[in-house]
Design a protein around this ligand. Structure first.
Ligand SMILES: [Zn+2]
Length: 200
């Protein structure tokens, strides 16, 4: 932990309500950029990513300002370097001052790690208050994959509800076309019942 910081828990995390969140996003150009208006933001803002990716949360209070730092696990490379993010909230004025990612080149805060962390703190503020205190100074679920957890299934991820389309038409067409073209370098094809490994 860094100097002056304490382990974050459900008892000492600053509150970021919907108004604070909306005001910050609307007035911050880094988060209003074209990149954030598209699907990428909704991906980093969605609960299942943030809740599994946030780790080692620490808090420091100085006057009205509360600084929260955390490490974010990259979504697709669970053993890669963690991204350091920090968020500053003015608890007196009830405003989000800044949110920054320290490990993205040229991000100036407007990256998906910063967004994921901001949304994570917001969601904690909305969590129903619980009698037990939850400590957030811990390894993320994603980082544990491969070490303490051998693997993770979609349903074990936080709020895991994989949204699989009920219509399998596209999938079937793909398999059909794959067979027609005799694809040999496609993992999906190897899992089909009638796949025959063909030696060239
Ligand atoms: Zn980043």
């Amino acid at each position: 932990m860094e100097q002056g910081f304490t382990k974050a828990s459900s008892a000492n995390l600053p509150r970021i309500d919907l108004i604070m969140l909306g005001t910050f996003l609307a007035s911050n150009k880094d988060f209003c950029s074209a990149e954030f208006r598209n699907v990428k933001t909704s991906m980093s803002a969605r609960a299942s990513y943030g809740d599994d990716a946030v780790s080692y949360v620490q808090v420091k209070r100085e006057g009205n300002l509360c600084t929260i730092k955390a490490k974010i696990c990259p979504e697709h490379k669970v053993h890669a370097k963690l991204y350091g993010v920090s968020l500053v909230v003015d608890e007196q004025e009830e405003t989000v001052k800044s949110v920054e990612c320290h490990d993205c080149v040229a991000s100036q805060g407007g990256c998906k790690h910063a967004m994921a962390f901001l949304m994570w703190v917001h969601r904690r503020s909305e969590d129903p208050s619980c009698t037990s205190i939850e400590c957030y100074w811990r390894k993320s679920k994603l980082s544990r994959v491969g070490s303490t957890l051998k693997y993770i299934t979609a349903t074990e991820l936080s709020k895991g509800s994989p949204s699989l389309p009920s219509d399998t038409e596209v999938f079937e067409k793909f398999v059909e076309e794959g067979k027609r073209r005799r694809l040999t370098d496609c993992e999906l094809m190897k899992y089909q019942k009638d796949y025959v490994w063909n030696v060239k």
